[in-house]
Design a protein around this ligand. Sequence first.
Ligand code: ADP
Ligand code: MG
Length: 679
Amino acid sequence: MFDLATPVENLYLIGPARAKLLKHLGINTLADLLYYFPRAHQDLSHFTPIAELQIGDFANVKARVLEIKSFRTKVRRLTLTQALIEDDSGTITCVWFNQPFLTKVIHSQETFIFSGKILKSKNKLQMQNPIYEQEKAEQVHTSRLVPVYPLTASLTQKILRSIIKTYLDKTTLPEFLPSEIIAQEKLFDENRAVKTFHFPADWPALKTAQKRLAFDEVFLTQLRVLKYKKERMQEPVLPIKLVPDLADKIKSLPFELTATQARALQEILADFTKPYPANRLLEGDVGSGKTILAALAMWLASKNNLQSALLCPTEVLAQQHYINFLKLFLNDGFDLAIMTGSSIRLNGNPVSSATLLAQIRSGKVKMILGTHALLEEKVNFKNLSLVVIDEQHRFGVKQRATLKNFNNTHLLSMSATPIPRTLALTLYGDLDISRLDQLPSGRLPIKTELIDNVHRTSTYNFIRSQIKDGRQAFVICPLIEESDKLGVKSATAEYKKLSEEIYPDLKIGLLHGKLKPADKEKIMQKFKDNEIQILVSTSVVEVGVDVPNATVMLIEGAERFGLAQLHQFRGRVGRASFQSYCFLFSEDPNAMVNPRLLAVVRSTNGFELAEEDLKIRGAGNLYGTEQSGYSFKIATLSNLEMVERSKQYAEALVEADSTFAAYPLLKQRIEKQPVIHLE
Ligand code: ADP
Ligand code: MG
């Protein structure tokens, strides 16, 4: 029996050299070693006959190589290696990219084991980038479900596998979950789960082990987050009281709030009357009208003689909000300022930084909009009561950490990237969530199409007809300038092509992140004034930009963007009563079957797309998760009922005692989780 905290260099089988390699993988102690989980298992217990292979399989094939060759492709300038292989049932082609040395390793007429994914290309099945092992090579690690570990160079699968197996056999892992939960959820105990997850007897056993370890991840995250919530609820806060004028203010708006906006506003205002700081996330599709709710909440703070701040991820967005806020509030008897890297204004007029900072310190200015410039140390508020964070997912970990200084402040985050429900119950479990699930009326659903290159010209003609009708268009490109990255459209080149060849008679503009803020602002203003009819841009327009006259969103290289991002781009149009269109272009031949692109075409509902994104990418890769410091290595967060139940267990435990005194081992596990927290 070993102490789990034993440093790896003190374990036999592991000398100083191997200990160093293990440390590169983040393995410092015996516990780290045993919890270093495989990224996959390879089923080397049987082979599939080639004739029975199906698209999507991850298959093992034992086959003879008939021929193998490498060549350069004309279109994408890749080196392609192709091998035609054969077993008794049939033949299939294996394909590798940029591995020309393979022709020296894999020889024709020899028999190999190939393991890889089966895909379809040009109507024929092929195996892409298979791993291979010569048949006569030693197969001690291959006659079972074999764990495959994430590795760096110099440490082989075989060595790591042997070390882990040796120590798994010598260790009994302690149980940390309350036994009632294990019984109710029918879980493996920890020891069995970890051991089985490395070396399962079969697929069902692996699945049961996975279920337990996924439960651990979800449950521990929930406990950690709920503990944080409970602690935050002990903090004092400046109350923001309702004022009678609020109803009149709402009536004076240029539009009537939708029912869902009214409900969300109720929820936000109700938070302010509680004796602890609110922490609410307002989720709503692009264009669902979140800003006005933030504006009203901030207005109420100002009427309480308290300060409030609106944090925006970009200058463009801060400026746009400031212009709108001035229109709404300039005559309401309090001062409004903006502070970004390049613009400092008070009630619309430029002032010096020193002046504004002094007024923020004295509490004279009530509403302050800005970018992360507002988070700098020199900014000292007198009585900051409410911080609103627009497009919260765009703020990096460091900036989020700074937000922790707003312990006694109500927080309202806004996001157009809806969070899947399971994620909301775990990572965001400390937040109260309001959803705007209805767009302001009079909006037509945006028509989305995936366009192949053949239809490029007719789409350009269609866009011309929209412009003739007085509308405007966005063209989004993945890059600013041409790079060696093949076939990727750049904004600069696309701007040149559109303004010189396709639309020489139209007014085209170019926007990207490398422009000076003042120039960016100028271009955005021109686009708003319809002095630019087609705006070619990089992803800088992703966030929040509001030009209701624009009806076309053309996205080049669409396969290069994430699902949430594509949905965000699309939200730049369809903001008025005109029918709007989103065209997805791609040079990638696989684009037509790309599940992300097809999902965007199929649905305009952000909440649906969020669930879809979770399915396609898995929990580990979603917005927020990678930035949160928490990791979901095993949990896929696809099982809503399980996540709901574990949330209930977690709530009950935290409610009873958030120091977890009765569960010392559980407490240890909770504390080992990272502490970076989402706002
Ligand atoms: P988002 O939720 O994407 O931040 P905005 O707050 O920018 O959306 O709102 C999008 C547009 O809809 C804005 O021009 C805003 O003035 C307008 N809007 C908001 N609420 C309503 C409403 N109830 N009726 C009509 N238009 C509205
Ligand atoms: Mg917005």
